[in-house]
Design a protein around this ligand. Structure first.
Ligand code: GTP
Ligand code: MG
Ligand code: NA
Length: 390
């Protein structure tokens, strides 16, 4: 019904897992295919997050012949880095999301940060499903681009199917050792008790439609209350960054409500509460335009973490040092966007979205804390106190 439709916000999904399991590549896979097929339309590379409008999800999952309707306006996906030194970013990401994808490399099984991620998700009672990625690395795998996984598996030789089964059983056992029940999603009869596993390839796209559909359907089926749009702003600072021409900015995830240019806001600062006014609400342009120059293509995965920063610095057309570079997974596309001055300005933005905010006095803002909007009837002192409690 139309009413419920208009009332839901986009679910926020966080992608987590061990380093190099293919988290970013999975996102690239979804975005890339849409771009190639000329569907870039509404896909926007958000700040540390990617927004997928329902239209694109519908298009991407058509082959699954899902009759269920998509009631949410879209899906906001937050990528997180898997490297061990970024526990804080993983924690921040998992703290924001409604639902998560835990990515496991089928060739490696559960690894150190898989277990760390798992514990973060459990601690917060976050629903999650497992993407069992890199199925194309099974010896002898025949690729069928972007095919639903059941169909793709049926087309493999007996040897490939057996290797798949063997590895799947091992991984289900590893999860069991962590106290979790898991099962292939199309065999899972107890969703909610048993976590679903979706086999995927981020390279050839098998299982990716399944993953998208399962995520959205599960979210809109079980989280209606949580996903109901509210005018009360719920917003978290993801990162604090210096951006050429904008000074210190904050990247936020707007979980609920609407932000406007000119809103008076309060954020937690190292030297006390920061009271300021939103000067600009920015998002990067759609992927299509960012993809014109794509230096991250060759950088993907194979470059050691220590080198990433300098590599990308070298690529900047301005030749200047990037002051705020933390990791590729959260923020590098954003950095690239700033280099080409491609930000889009918005008068107002509705949740859920990833947004860059420019305002005065953000130098000492603290990432991971809340952003509060001061309404006409609000007590500023009280809001300042709330902000500092974060
Ligand atoms: P971090 O953000 O550093 O934790 O890594 P990540 O999990 O985002 O992994 P990323 O997407 O950077 O992929 C790591 C490497 O694995 C890259 O070389 C990818 O090309 C490769 N890769 C990712 N997914 C797949 C897959 O499904 N199949 C194959 N064969 N390779 C993959
Ligand atoms: Mg990554
Ligand atoms: Na990587």
């Amino acid at each position: 019904d139309k009413k419920a439709e208009g009332n839901l916000r986009s679910p926020i999904c966080c992608i987590m897992g061990h380093v190099d399991t293919g988290k970013t590549k999975l996102l690239d896979c979804i975005r890339g295919t849409n771009v190639q097929e000329g569907e870039a339309g509404g896909i926007t590379q958000q700040i540390g997050a990617t927004y997928f409008p329902a239209e694109n999800i519908r298009e991407r999952t058509r082959e699954l012949k899902a009759d269920a309707k998509l009631n949410v306006p879209g899906l906001l996906v937050i990528d997180t880095p898997g490297h061990e030194s970024f526990t804080n970013l993983r924690s921040r990401g998992s703290g924001l999301c409604d639902i998560a994808i835990l990515v496991v490399d089928i060739m490696h099984g559960l690894e150190q940060q898989t277990i760390e991620s798992l514990n973060l998700l459990r601690m917060r009672n976050t629903e999650f499903m497992v993407a069992l990625n890199k199925v194309d690395r099974l010896y002898g795998w025949k690729s069928h681009r972007n095919e639903p996984i059941v169909k793709a598996l049926k087309r493999q030789t007996k040897d490939v199917q057996n290797e798949f089964k063997m590895r799947l059983i091992q991984i289900i056992t590893q999860f069991k050792e962590q106290g979790l029940n898991t099962e292939l999603y199309y065999k899972n009869k107890e969703m909610g008790e048993t976590h679903s596993i979706v086999p995927t390839s981020a390279i050839s796209g098998e299982g990716v439609p399944d993953l998208l559909l399962l995520l959205v359907q599960w979210a809109q089926k079980t989280m209606i209350e949580k996903l109901t749009f509210s005018n009360e702003v719920q917003c978290t600072v993801l990162e604090v960054k210096v951006v050429e021409g904008h000074g210190t900015t904050i990247d936020v995830v707007l979980v609920n409500g609407i932000l406007h240019e000119g809103d008076q806001v309060v954020v937690c600062g190292m030297q006390g509460p920061i009271v300021t006014t939103i000067r600009a609400l920015l998002t990067p342009h759609p992927m299509k335009e960012l993809r014109v120059k794509k230096p991250w293509d060759f950088y993907q995965g194979s470059v050691p973490l220590e080198m990433r920063s300098s590599l990308l610095t070298g690529l900047r057309p301005s030749g200047q040092l990037c002051l705020s570079f933390s990791d590729a997974a959260v923020g590098y596309e954003d950095m690239l966007a700033s280099d080409w001055g491609t930000y889009l300005h918005h008068k107002e933005i509705k949740a859920a979205q990833g947004i860059k905010i420019t305002a005065q006095g953000l130098e000492y803002a603290i990432a991971g804390t809340g952003l509060y909007v001061v309404g006409p009837d609000d007590d500023l002192e009280e809001i300042k106190r709330s902000a500092m409690e974060d």
